[in-house]
Unconditional design. Structure first.
Length: 506
């Protein structure tokens, strides 16, 4: 009977303790960054980032990008064609690595391969950096910042909450991350899908009325289509080259547009960098620039060249090799001759260089003129030189407005959710974190076997009323069970006591 009572007591204690356990974390249904690799023992350019869909529903990652602490978009999910989208299923991974890390044939296919930065540390700096995930609307989705260096054999990894399916902690705090030994990234599960474009209803075509004397033999011959050509390069921009270098394409046709889908742009001294252009309709006579931030190429400041290939592989346009281009001067095709020009004209007709005297007179006349020719859509007018410059080279002073329910942090300049001014009281045994304003368990110091200077012992409070109620219930159950088991013996004892007292009364 004592064994039965002991087992009953232990069982009630386990049930009571389980009821008092509080869940420690909760995951958010969104795309999160799970792994960051800033280099390897072989090269600092062997980088990689892993994304994970922390929810059960699929999401479209088309035009999403990764940026570093310099706000450089070093990897983007660009659509190969106008009707293609990048889909990540629920509870699935998307693996993004640099081209220097793709050297193992047994490694699984990657979702995205990008060219690392031209510096020795690449696009991600191991000592201190920030990796951000930006959606198609340039809104921040997830971000991790570190200030402690990670070794070449380690990586940053987000803490998992559970397996099958994988769930990751997402509290936007440093406790989400830890340094671990590097291992191969998980298999990429990103999917590419074609979507059917909406076809507008066909409009009836009106036949033009024939003029008297015109017939089939007098119709003008259709214009022979000409391919797109390269007309201008800016290899050595003033200041930072990132986002300021550009390659200009031109449609020489007077009536026919050109689709750039399938065109290939080769850049470099040996044309080693080949970029397949996405769908873009180049209007007749239109100039279009592509910056190095958009396509991920680099125009060397020493010597390089470029060649444009048509979709069938034929050469559409070749740019001869340039050497030591001056700061701020473009390599331009002017009057069918390639030459340096101190008048870069991105997105417009090229112009030759001005002499020092001509440039001074042009600046003087532009300052004396009250009205100037307006810049094109992707340019702004410089206050210092009164000339048109690319918008991409200017830093916007007015950030985009935050979404509803968010406000801008004055320290970081990022949007964050509006925190309610009223807070609930933390539970017993918890305290409010002054940094995150969240309730957390009160940590107790471990008992030291030696004296601690300045330490005082604080008497902890007793058990709560619910624990006393549980213990009282257990004691009552044990006593009741003992009375039931020994009911015959207790009855005999009571009768003996009764007879003893009855004998004394006589």
């Amino acid at each position: 009977m004592l064994k039965k009572c002991y087992r009953l007591f232990l069982g009630l204690l386990v049930v009571t303790g389980s009821a008092c356990v509080t869940p420690t974390h909760a995951s958010s249904a969104s795309i999160v960054i799970t792994n960051i690799r800033a280099g390897s023992q072989v090269s600092a350019l062997e980088e990689g980032v892993v994304l994970y869909n922390n929810s059960s529903f699929e999401l479209d990652l088309t035009d999403w990008c990764l940026t570093n602490k310099s706000s450089v978009k070093f990897a983007c999910f660009d659509a190969v064609s106008q009707n293609e989208v990048s889909i990540i299923p629920g509870y699935s991974y998307a693996t993004i690595v640099s081209s220097k890390a793709v050297h193992n044939e047994n490694q699984a296919n990657y979702s995205l391969v990008y060219e690392p930065g031209t510096g020795s540390s690449g696009s991600i700096v191991a000592s201190a950096d920030t990796v951000s995930l930006i959606d198609a609307d340039n809104q921040l989705v997830d971000q991790f910042t570190w200030a402690s260096s990670v070794s070449s054999s380690q990586q940053w990894a987000r803490t998992k909450l559970s397996l099958l399916p994988d769930l990751f902690i997402d509290t936007d705090a440093s406790i989400d991350w830890q340094k671990v030994a590097f291992s191969d990234f998980p298999l990429s599960q990103l999917q590419y899908r074609e979507v059917q474009p909406e076809i507008p209803p066909e409009q009836p075509v009106e036949e033009p009325a024939e003029e008297p004397g015109e017939g089939p033999d007098t119709d003008p011959q259709p214009e022979a289509p000409l391919p797109a050509t390269i007309t201008e390069l800016l290899p050595n921009a003033v200041g930072s080259d990132t986002g300021n270098e550009f390659i200009e394409l031109y449609n020489p046709n007077k009536q026919l547009p050109i689709s750039l889908n399938g065109y290939k742009l080769a850049v470099g001294p040996a044309l080693e960098k080949v970029i397949t252009l996405a769908e873009y309709i180049l209007k007749p006579g239109e100039y279009k620039i592509f910056s190095n931030a958009e396509l991920g190429y680099s125009l060397l400041n020493t010597s390089s060249r470029a060649t444009l290939f048509m979709p069938n592989g034929d050469i559409s346009s070749e740019v001869p090799m340039y050497n030591s281009p001056p700061d701020g001067e473009s390599w331009s095709l002017v009057d069918e001759v390639w030459q340096y020009s101190n008048q870069p004209t991105p997105g417009a007709l090229n112009a030759g260089s001005l002499s020092n005297e001509d440039e001074y007179e042009a600046q003087a006349s532009s300052s004396a003129t009250t009205t100037s020719k307006p810049c094109v859509a992707n340019q702004y007018r410089s206050i210092e030189t009164n000339r048109c410059r690319l918008i991409s080279s200017a830093v916007s002073s007015t950030p985009a407005a935050c979404k509803v329910g968010q406000l801008r942090n004055p320290e970081t300049g990022r949007c964050k959710a509006v925190t309610s001014t009223t807070t609930t009281t933390c539970k017993e045994g918890q305290e409010r974190n002054p940094e995150t304003n969240r309730c957390r368990n009160v940590k107790q110091l471990s008992t030291a076997t030696y004296a601690v200077k300045g330490a005082t012992t604080k008497q902890q409070g007793g058990m709560g009323w619910y624990m006393w109620a549980a213990v009282g219930g257990i004691v009552l159950l044990i006593v009741g069970y003992a009375v039931w088991e020994w009911r015959d013996e207790l009855k005999k004892v009571l009768e003996a006591v009764k007879m003893k007292f009855a004998g004394r009364a006589n």
